[in-house]
Design a protein around this ligand. Structure first.
Ligand SMILES: [Zn+2]
Length: 131
């Protein structure tokens, strides 16, 4: 881990521009890009923090938020991910989001149909949606 004055200054800057959150996240309070990631006119602050504390980011690799909070700039929550790992995680997350959206749609349909839905199916959907 780099311990130069520059590294400490970058970490102090990121800490100052963020709010402490449960789980140890440093949630960025500055500018955010259209994908919801922290940004500045010079680039992504979490990449600056990673570089300052761990070293250069290999070409093609990504700085991954291990906490799952894309606003986080805590050096303790950042790790490298290969492009392959990053894509795999993105696809997993999308598949999960798609299943949630499908479940929501089924639940809304069951609610809209009301008594037209057989009681057993209504109970099953109510049980599944309360998890
Ligand atoms: Zn975090």
């Amino acid at each position: 881990m780099a311990a130069s004055g520059d590294a400490r200054a970058v970490v102090a800057w990121a800490k100052h521009r963020s709010a402490r959150r449960p789980g140890g996240c440093w949630e960025w309070v500055g500018m955010v890009n259209r994908d919801g990631y922290p940004t500045t006119s010079k680039g992504a602050p979490y990449r600056f923090v990673y570089t300052a504390t761990r070293g250069p980011i290999p070409t093609g690799d990504h700085v991954h938020h291990a906490c799952g909070n894309r606003l986080c700039v805590s050096p303790a929550h950042l790790r490298l991910a290969t492009a392959r790992e990053n894509i795999a995680e993105m696809l997993t997350r999308r598949a999960y989001d798609a299943r949630l959206a499908e479940a929501d749609a089924i639940y809304a349909l069951v609610l809209a149909l009301g008594d037209a839905v057989p009681p057993a199916l209504r109970e099953r959907v109510a049980r599944a949606s309360s998890v």
